[in-house]
Design a protein around this ligand. Structure first.
Ligand SMILES: Cc1ncc(C[n+]2csc(CCOP(=O)(O)OP(=O)(O)O)c2C)c(N)n1
Length: 145
């Protein structure tokens, strides 16, 4: 939702870009952070994740694209992805593919090192911190770099 206007730009310049949205209807990375913090500080809580669901209403990305002059395809089944992507490339036009993926799953950190991807603590010195930094460098997803 931060950069959806790029669709209009693609339509305006007639750029043959295929946009793929993995629609989980939630802000999962923040849910993941909450899980990691709770685990890190041994907080037992079953409270829901506040303000992290993108529902009510659900975002309709195909409609958003249409409103900006970009055709779109909604995909609900994995088997339909290949055909949708092939058709989108073949169109030679900008095209948005919205793929419905599972949402609402509670993520559980499998290990302390997985948690450390998201939480950094301590005074920034010492072997433990250096190990954390090494892990962070190794595992940091591109968007978190
Ligand atoms: C334009 C823009 N660039 C970067 C960010 C930083 N950012 C915050 S969460 C996130 C990743 C979200 O991952 P995604 O798979 O889209 O959703 P989620 O896993 O949270 O459900 C990024 C890139 C941002 N919010 N907006």
């Amino acid at each position: 939702m931060y950069s959806i206007q790029a669709l209009w730009t693609a339509a305006h310049h007639d750029l043959p870009v295929v946009f793929v949205i993995l629609a989980n209807r939630e802000y999962r990375v923040l849910k993941h952070n909450i899980d990691a913090y709770r685990q890190r500080f041994d907080v037992k809580s079953n409270k829901p994740y506040m303000h992290m669901d993108l529902t009510g209403p659900v975002l309709g990305f195909v409609d958003l694209a249409k409103g900006m002059g970009v055709a779109g395809t909604h995909v609900a089944k994995a088997d339909d992805i290949q055909g949708a992507v092939a058709a989108a490339f073949k169109s030679g036009k900008p095209h948005l593919i919205e793929i419905e993926i599972e949402g609402q799953r509670r993520l559980v950190c499998e290990s302390r090192s997985a948690m450390r991807m998201f939480t950094v603590c301590g005074n920034g010195r010492g072997p433990a911190m250096r190990a954390r930094k090494r892990e962070k460098r190794r595992f940091t997803p591109r968007w978190a770099a």
